[in-house]
Write a protein that binds this ligand. Sequence first.
Ligand SMILES: NC(=O)c1ccc[n+]([C@@H]2O[C@H](COP(=O)([O-])OP(=O)(O)OC[C@H]3O[C@@H](n4cnc5c(N)ncnc54)[C@H](OP(=O)(O)O)[C@@H]3O)[C@@H](O)[C@H]2O)c1
Length: 250
Amino acid sequence: MKIVVIGGTGLIGSKAVAILRQRGHEVVAASPNTGVNTITGEGLKQAMAGTQVVIDLANSPSFEDKAVLQFFETSGRNLLAAETAAGVRHHVALSIVGTDRSDNGYFRAKVAQEKLIKASGIPYTIIRSTQFMEFLRGIADSSTDGNKISISPGLFQPIAADDVAANVADVALTAPAHGIVEIAGPERAPFNEFVARYLKAVGDPREVVRDPEARYFGGRVEEHSLVPLGEARLGRVGFDEWLRRSRAAA
Ligand SMILES: NC(=O)c1ccc[n+]([C@@H]2O[C@H](COP(=O)([O-])OP(=O)(O)OC[C@H]3O[C@@H](n4cnc5c(N)ncnc54)[C@H](OP(=O)(O)O)[C@@H]3O)[C@@H](O)[C@H]2O)c1
């Protein structure tokens, strides 16, 4: 089967491409670096020819509120139009658990992306994932003021990128759900505790302050803002195991 992975050179994209190729599929790792750009439209028509499944794992180069909304709207419109023209049979996209329950700008852009998919008429599956463990450094850096990092005690359930990619590949090889499936890590604990454990493990001296008012990319974090409310598929890699693996790889 021919599968196009938009954002196929990214963190999740490159892992999903490897899994799907290993399973014997013809996989195009599409991104601006490989000549496929969902914003300009470059290379899209050629990439779509003969494609049955498209997996959208692209991310915006800027996380600024307006820029990220514009990225996911423009990218989504161009991509879905090209898929419709080519008769693609399954559109898979990676979104975020709680996108519809928060007021943060990045989440609003993911809601806009989801809306375009639902309205496209293309059979689809939206995978909503919790935060990637690999994203913890970025979270810490974006919440730092001097030597202190303010993080909400709202619940957090991060998932390893390897588990995300495995789920993405499984979904792409299954019939469209015409809806949303949720995935999360195997462990749930307060957000501030995960960030503190991460910093300790990597020897980062910054201090994590538990702050119920701390914002996450501009949005409030209530107790259940970032975790699945219903059933979710759980990843296999626990946080300590992931910390061990990432230290070994460093
Ligand atoms: N971070 C989290 O915790 C989290 C949680 C849930 C869901 N997600 C979602 O997961 C998805 C993948 O994230 P990631 O961390 O794997 O992303 P990433 O590593 O930042 O990779 C982004 C990919 O998008 C590609 N890209 C950028 N602009 C593009 C364009 N105009 N046309 C086509 N491709 C373009 C990049 O290509 P180049 O390499 O050529 O620039 C790269 O392959 C995102 O949609 C994100 O919203 C993230």
